[in-house]
Design a protein around this ligand. Structure first.
Ligand SMILES: Cc1cc2nc3c(=O)[nH]c(=O)nc-3n(C[C@H](O)[C@H](O)[C@H](O)COP(=O)(O)O)c2cc1C
Length: 222
């Protein structure tokens, strides 16, 4: 599976089998997390075999079952654009997980915040978590807003790389499927901005990663 297939096949999965994340799969995931931390300055952590974090009222409310593993997106509150960085690197890990045969779900609200086992130093915070494991299903596609609501360029005027990027952006997960972003072409450069609202900066990083991974071009956030 390549990254474009991973983008197409990734859907939120909230029910997991008891299978453990082991061997080469685990090593690949941990190596990528270390690389992301080195590059970003974040303190992303993989927590495995801990059923407590989602075995809470909120976890049940969110319809999560069998969640034994999660990734905590932790970072210094002093980091400029902490939410956007967490979104960007979190999505990089989510897509790698998909390619490794795992399933995921971004979770900002419906988990037990007090039960999260991540190490959070003073001055740091947990931006959100991502449940991860072998899904009981592969999930289903989300409904998407119309292209014209999310992008300033009509399909016929798009360079092929930009079209690939926008298609991947529309497939990106966003909180409550809100898709509060807008992508445009300024000269030769793709630019993305977040609309106003909760978690939109986190979404911005996620969508920007999808765009860049599929198009092979940088997308500037403004
Ligand atoms: C930043 C963020 C936070 C999210 N928080 C939650 C959550 O608390 N509970 C939940 O069940 N889903 C959560 N989701 C999953 C979204 O509902 C889901 O990504 C969206 O509906 C699109 O569906 P898809 O991921 O299957 O494409 C979150 C997604 C994102 C990107």
């Amino acid at each position: 599976m390549d990254i474009k297939e991973a983008i197409r096949e990734r859907h939120s999965v909230r029910q997991y089998t008891p299978d453990h994340i082991m061997g080469d799969v685990r090593t690949s995931l941990e190596t990528l997390i270390q690389e992301c931390n080195r590059e970003s300055g974040l303190n992303i952590q993989l927590i495995t075999d801990d059923p407590e974090c989602f075995d809470t009222l909120l976890g049940h409310y969110g319809n999560f079952t069998g969640v034994n593993n999660y990734i905590a997106l932790v970072g210094s509150k002093k980091l400029k654009d902490l939410d956007e960085l967490a979104g960007y690197y979190g999505e990089k890990i989510v897509l790698e997980a998909q390619m490794l045969g795992l399933n995921t779900c971004w979770v900002a609200g419906t988990y037990g915040k007090g039960k999260c086992k991540a190490h959070v130093d003073s001055g740091e915070k947990i931006v959100c978590v991502i449940s991860i494991g072998y899904g009981a299903t592969n999930g289903t596609s989300h409904r998407s807003k119309e292209l014209s609501k999310l992008c300033g360029v009509s399909e016929k005027d798009m360079p092929s790389w930009f079209k690939e990027g926008v298609e991947a952006a529309l497939l990106a997960p966003t909180a409550m499927n809100q898709q509060k972003f807008f992508i445009d072409l300024k000269g030769e450069e793709a630019v993305i901005k977040a609309n106003f609202g909760p978690l939109t900066k986190l979404d911005l990083g996620i969508v920007r990663y999808n765009f860049e991974a599929a198009s092979g071009h940088k997308c500037k956030a403004n």
